[in-house]
Design a binder for this molecule. Structure first.
Ligand SMILES: [Mg+2]
Ligand SMILES: [Zn+2]
Length: 219
């Protein structure tokens, strides 16, 4: 049977709401995105610089951030069962996020999934503002020009077929390296508009059923 590397985005994919947006809306200055939009589009700022400026306005302790996420972010249906199924079937499930380890570890730990491998950045939250800690993703990606998730996927792939799940802009480039893509929200729209193949999903039961069906067809 096929053993997949299942690479899964975190914000808006495992969680129902994007925790970065949630935190900025609550503890930062959401209007900052509008002010940064022009400089970003003109290439005067990188996405990382824009995120750093946005999160500099976020004034909250780590406990406040984690409480907010616990109360408001939600977890997509079937995720815990899906993780258990993947482990039993011998698939490797890896969380691949452009967000923050502090938040991700807390959410996964509460779900009893603290052992899942996570690739992400991190943030030091504080009442005076937040500092972002970027994980080194090596050279800029030759395809998208950003330090994107492709390098991390290549590093953990070990030749396995890849299933990728995501919802946002940071999932676009890396999804091109996957054998099967499950997409929702903005990622699904983009893939539809650009004529790429994907499977829509809104919960993890759908994903599991699809992969189980593939096995049945192959058997
Ligand atoms: Mg996302
Ligand atoms: Zn890329």
């Amino acid at each position: 049977m096929t053993r997949y590397l299942i690479a899964c985005d975190f914000d808006g994919t495992i969680t129902r709401r994007d925790t970065l947006h949630l935190v900025v809306d609550h503890y930062g200055d959401p209007a900052m995105w509008d002010r940064l939009d022009g400089p970003l589009k003109r290439g005067e700022l990188t996405i990382e610089q824009a995120m750093q400026r946005e999160f500099a306005t976020v004034r909250a302790t780590p406990a406040q951030v984690l409480d907010l996420v616990r109360e408001e972010a939600g977890v997509r249906d079937g995720f815990v069962e899906f993780a258990g199924w993947a482990e039993r079937e011998g698939h490797r499930l890896v969380v691949m996020s452009n967000g923050f380890r502090t938040v991700i570890d807390d959410v996964l730990g509460r779900l009893g999934l603290g052992g899942l491998p996570v690739v992400s950045h991190d943030a030091e939250f504080g009442p005076e503002g937040t500092r972002l800690l970027w994980t080194d993703r090596g050279e800029r990606c030759v395809l998208c020009g950003r330090r994107c998730k492709r390098a991390e996927l290549a590093a953990v792939r070990e030749g396995d077929p890849v299933v990728y799940l995501g919802d946002g802009i940071s999932d676009r480039c890396v999804s091109g390296a996957a054998d099967i893509v499950f997409a929702r929200a903005g990622l699904a729209e983009w893939m539809r508009e650009t004529g790429r193949e994907f499977e829509p999903f809104e919960d993890f039961h759908t994903v599991r059923r699809y992969l189980e069906h593939l096995e049945e067809v192959a058997a």
